[in-house]
Write a protein that binds this ligand. Structure first.
Ligand SMILES: [Zn+2]
Length: 366
């Protein structure tokens, strides 16, 4: 199997969609991408690490841009091979698993690696595996451990779908388990017990009274949220329960650290007789749009009618931000179609994103 990096990125996207690459089964697509980078690009040092392929130029240019994309997809839903059709909005689209998330972004990066002869920035490319499953498997995480020297750049662009806009930064996430305790008793003699489920009431009241912040950072508005996501309690139909718990998820703007987010959630529930356990957390990422290397990219996006907005979900941009590298999501397609049976990407957006990045990499006012 081979792919042609010189082909139109739309054609290249379709070729990538037709190589199945569900998480943990990326060897075939990684082989194809590695061979194409070795045989069809010039001036790149190429490295293979597991099912991650890395490539970089070493031209000694003053700035370095890192382009990263995951090669894996969620499980196929009768949508491989892909096909071209007219989409719901009357535009020409490519349907198929991974067309949006994120083989169109991968295709743009691969095409530019082969066809940009004289970049004004040094370029690092990373195509990685296992983004769609638990973080411990994430190929980018393995590179952080095995080859941190490759994770150096003035700007990182993650080709996740963003509708051809720059989606900057990402929100952090925190999960906390709040537990109440009481005294177990027969419900026929309930006065002998102390009902732990009833003790959840003030927790739920504070959650429903909670007013989330909206924070503007670099012109991106992040809207926070504090939600009960699971509730558990009860022993049997005739027992006053002595234990109850509620899991709370806080999605927080990237101006708070994880520790500050924990302090904030503690404050929300201050004074209640509960136990408080942090079960999971991941930091957010500041948008980093004031970085000099980001400015030209933003200008290029504006010239093509796009703009800048906040990213709400958590993405691997946070890994780059944690290393001090400003990072943005920028790719073709609507992220709302990711992981869906009718996943599709408007082909014009593949063309636009290619043009914007080509302009950025060549220093042209394109
Ligand atoms: Zn993705």
């Amino acid at each position: 199997m081979t792919i042609d990096l010189y082909a139109d990125p739309i054609t290249l996207t379709a070729a990538l969609v037709d190589i199945p690459s569900v998480s943990r089964n990326e060897a075939a697509i990684t082989d194809v991408v590695e061979r194409a980078l070795r045989e069809q690009t010039t001036g790149f040092e190429v490295l293979r690490n597991g099912n991650v392929v890395l490539a970089r130029t070493n031209r000694g240019l003053p700035t370095r841009v890192l382009l990263a994309g995951h090669l894996d997809t969620v499980p196929i839903a009768d949508n491989v091979p892909g096909y071209f059709a007219v989409g719901p909005a009357g535009e020409r689209v490519l349907y198929g698993c991974g067309s949006v998330d994120m083989k169109s972004g991968d295709a743009v990066f691969l095409h530019l690696a082969a066809t940009v002869a004289e970049p004004v920035h040094d370029v690092t490319l990373i195509f990685y595996d296992c983004e769609e499953i638990a973080a411990e498997f994430n190929g980018l995480g393995h590179i952080e451990r095995d080859h941190p020297d490759w994770l150096v750049a003035d700007l990182a662009v993650l080709g996740e779908p963003s509708g051809g806009w720059i989606e900057a930064g990402c929100q952090g996430t925190l999960r906390v388990r709040l537990s109440t305790s009481g005294v177990r008793a027969h419900s026929a003699r309930s006065w002998l017990g102390d009902n732990a489920v009833h003790r959840l009431a003030p927790i739920l009241q504070r959650l429903s009274d909670y007013r989330a912040r909206e924070v503007d950072i670099d012109g991106c508005v992040y809207r926070e949220g504090l939600s009960a996501v699971r509730i558990d309690g009860g022993v049997a139909g005739n027992v006053v329960p002595d234990v109850a718990e509620v899991d709370v998820n806080f999605r927080f703007a990237p101006d708070r650290s994880v520790d500050q987010a924990i302090d904030h959630v503690r404050e929300v529930f201050a004074g209640l007789d509960i136990s408080f356990e942090v079960t999971d957390s991941a930091p957010g990422a500041l948008p980093g749009l004031t970085a000099p290397a980001a400015k030209d990219l933003i200008a290029s996006v504006h010239r093509h009618g796009g703009g800048v907005r906040a990213k709400y979900g958590w993405t691997d941009v946070a890994r780059f931000a944690a290393r001090g590298i400003p990072a943005v999501n920028f790719g073709p397609g609507d992220p709302n179609f990711a992981h869906k049976r009718d996943e599709h990407v408007p082909v014009d957006q593949i063309t636009d994103v290619t043009a914007i990045l080509r302009g950025y990499l060549t220093g042209a006012e394109g």
